[in-house]
Design a protein around this ligand. Sequence first.
Ligand SMILES: [Zn+2]
Length: 423
Amino acid sequence: MAELRVFPLCCVAQSYAWGKVGLESEVAKLLASGDPLVHIEPERPYAELWMGAHPKGDAVIRDNRIPQQTLGQWIADNPGCLGAKVKDTFDGQLPFLFKVLSVNTALSIQAHPNKELAAKLHAQFPEHYPDTNHKPEMAIALTPFEGLCGFRPVEEIVSFLQTVPELRALIGDVAAEQLERSVSDDPRGVSAALRVCFTRMMKSEKKFFVDQLNMLVKRISQEAAEGKDTSGSNGDLLLRLHSQYPGDIGCFTIYFLNLVRLEPGEAMFLGANEPHAYLHGDCIECMACSDNTVRAGLTPKFIDVLTLCEMLNYTPAPSSSKIFPATQSQLDPSVYLYDPPVPDFTIMRIEIPSSIKLYLVSAVDSASILLVIQGMAVGTSTAAASEMTLRRGSVLFISANESISLHLSSPDGMLLFRACCLL
Ligand SMILES: [Zn+2]
């Protein structure tokens, strides 16, 4: 029998409180569909599905002919599966963690350090910053998806400073006027003024910002009750976030950060120092292997306002510029590539049309993880023990330079996502 280098995985669900609950969650739906024996608890949040070898959620190998129980153990014993370049570049580790997220309530306002800052933070505060790696992330919407990402164009922030007096009170007239005047400045002047305003807001005294937030919520609620348009104060979003995180300074960040809405298949890339928060919806996510997150609001977890305000990228840009383009592969028109400007990962969206009955998942010089979102097929590979039934929710590990033939059995084609590392 040939060496087993392609096999199915049983992946780990994480129950963070912000996740969608029971079968409302895409994570739970994929688990239930991928394995009919899985029991979905109706009250439990199914926030994230981890498809990888992270020690806090190492995938279990679904093939009892393989002696190692988990993907992490198997890769440690078979590092050649990563592909020669990936193995050498990333010290024999799978460089990415692939996920599905089902977001019900907002995640914290956060940013991730670059490698230099990660090393510094880890040396100073290892309890909060557990490793020395950067953590670029990419999210691809599975359902309509909302998040905050990057600083708004300065004209939008200035407009909020003029229509939301509770926000202006936190920042103070001097800093607000400096930002207003900076509109005609060079980009460096704008960034400097923006940094001052955002930092003043984030560092305001707790009692003061809670009072201002309560006044703002009361005012918007009254205006909404009277049937007035509250969009000038971003009213709907403010009330929604305040109901999730009452009294949290993060509620005010909606006046600084872009609201980005992704349709299924659209992506956003979160590079180092980019402020962001996921708000609602289901997505595919891929990230470099790291736990380094600097948080500053919309969370009960440890927050580090000073570090966050210091590190951020204060470059204003419109919401539309935050959508990361996918490119159709020249070699295979079924494949759309999301290739971020970091070496750690690339994601492929594979849309097999209903006219194709036999499809080759091609070999790449990297280990990869394949997730079935839609459709059914029987998969065969010279590196697999036997035929594999692939259905919605199935997850496969594919070693470098191995391919799989899919014999489609569903009439509507298939939708797959594949994470790999193309160096
Ligand atoms: Zn993040």
